[in-house]
Design a protein around this ligand. Sequence first.
Ligand SMILES: [Zn+2]
Ligand SMILES: [Zn+2]
Length: 285
Amino acid sequence: MPNQNLFKGRKLVIATMHGKELVIAPLLEKHLGVEVIVPKHFNSDQFGTFTRDIKRAGNQLEAARKKVEAVMLSENVDLGVSSEGSFGAHPSMPFIQSNLELLLFVDRKNGYEIRGHHRTSETNMDGQCVATVGEALDFAQKTGFPEHGVIVRRNEKGRLGIHKDIHTKDALIEKVTEMLSWPFTKSIFIETDMRAHKNPMRMKAIKKATEDLIKNIESLCTQCQAPGFVVIDFEKGLECSLCKIPTDLPLYDIYRCNVCNHSDKKKVTKYGKNADPKYCGYCNP
Ligand SMILES: [Zn+2]
Ligand SMILES: [Zn+2]
């Protein structure tokens, strides 16, 4: 396998301080034959935090790039991976929260940059104001505490009074009671902890994104054999099985190599040979 030769035995650094290597490293080692290292003193929080006390460095991809570049430089390694999560409304289901995980693989020696993604609506991302200990406990229970972490803070946006390391129900009761007894405090804000090591749901999504990354690394350009030959677009027009008129379903996936720019299309097979008439504008207007 050509990938094995490209990466085998090389050191690869993962830009993490939140235990993401637990799901990322075994997959990379198994499929690419790399030797994974994790930096001892890497503060990934300097590139942004979910608690909004430190703003993210640019968009998701830019932040992932900055992280991996920084860690490759500090560890003096030419192969690196970083991961960056984002949360927000699902693009096709606006009332549902979704988690988009991005994994970025950079090979500076060969000039490759390859991404893996996973989007899921399986996330506990949430936050609310609470005025009593009972309300805080209800929220915690609903969001999967203590397996999933929660954070309590003075208010939704402020940078001060953020408490991230609460591990038990007793500790949560104690902290919320204390915060609610502060002068002029009617309510405080509680939210889910989205850091990977405090959020098993997110860890699962990072694992899926790693699998996507490996699939993309193992997809080789049909012209120059570089890894990362990935789908960048599709061509619609799969014919309706009844009337044979082209539908809006994809007929071809368009692949492009970002090393030599070669582009190729492959027939999409996941919808079958022809489109179900329910997708047909003529049969099912
Ligand atoms: Zn190519
Ligand atoms: Zn039709």
